[in-house]
Design a protein around this ligand. Structure first.
Ligand code: AP5
Ligand code: MG
Length: 225
């Protein structure tokens, strides 16, 4: 299984990405985690990227793409699968990582989009700030990260949709509910993906499922009750 996690800061890429990787026995390659690890270990690379992370700006493409190339090559030697979390963030990164994956014969099966509203994203990140004190979980930096996501990263979703590999899930629900829906969708896709030519793939939008199964009635009790 080869999955790209595409979603806003705080949407649950790390949380769900880790669970997916564990479930399918593939590496969870999270660019933010790899970069933070360099900062923590005070490597030369860590010193170069620290100011980008602290301010919520994007680290230069060359740095993250080299890192991902290495991780994909290692994944190829391993199970051949991956969960890539935090990349691509720009159309240029999407183009380069696709080219890399084609060369390694490891193109993504699924681009997973976790849909979460703006207020909930901020709530989650501010909650995490109190628990973990991540340097970019301050109000100003959160705002900057969300703006960059909206302006630079979100437009890439259309490209995955047109390739027929975008799976969209309503993720403003408890972690376990999101996980169950994601795993079900991925299990079904895993069974068919090798048998369907790329040109016949169609994107899947599950974001209405939570409403179909009662989420709206929980959020908005009937009037008069
Ligand atoms: P990165 O580490 O990727 O951060 P991010 O995209 O801002 O996303 P987060 O890690 O904050 O959120 P998440 O979606 O993983 O959610 P999580 O599961 O943690 O990138 C950090 C920085 O690195 C960037 O700003 C940039 O500087 C640099 N960088 C990284 N990749 C780059 C690239 N490709 N190019 C250039 N620069 C790059 O969940 C968030 C919180 O919510 C947690 O506390 C979690 O417990 C909680 N939570 C999760 N799910 C739920 C749920 N369903 N209900 C309630 N709470 C939940
Ligand atoms: Mg993360």
């Amino acid at each position: 299984m080869r999955v790209l996690m595409l979603a806003a800061p705080g949407a649950g890429k790390g949380t769900q990405g880790g669970l997916i990787a564990q479930h399918f026995g593939v590496p969870h390659i999270a660019t933010g985690d790899l970069l933070r690890d360099h900062v923590l270990r005070e490597t030369e690379l860590g010193r170069q990227v620290r100011r980008f992370l602290d301010s919520g700006e994007l680290v230069p493409d060359g740095i993250v793409l080299d890192m991902v190339r290495e991780a994909l090559q290692a994944a190829k030697q391993d199970s051949g699968g991956y969960v890539l979390d935090g990349l691509p963030r720009t159309m240029e990164q999407a183009r380069v990582v696709y080219q890399m994956a084609v060369e390694l014969d490891m193109t993504a099966d699924v681009a997973l989009y976790l849909q979460v509203g703006h207020d909930e994203l901020i709530r989650r990140l501010l909650t995490r700030a109190k628990q973990q004190g991540r340097s970019d979980d301050t109000e100003d930096v959160i705002r900057r990260r969300l703006t960059l996501y909206r302006e630079v990263t979100a437009p890439i979703l259309g490209w995955y949709e047109s390739r027929g590999i975008l799976v969209s899930v309503a993720a403003e629900r408890p972690v376990e509910e999101v996980t169950l829906e994601v795993m079900t969708a991925l299990e079904v896709l895993q069974a068919v993906v090798g048998h369907v030519p790329d040109s016949d793939r169609r994107s899947i939008d599950l974001t209405g499922l939570d409403v179909a199964f009662g989420a709206a009635s929980q959020q908005e009790p009937p009037r008069g009750t």
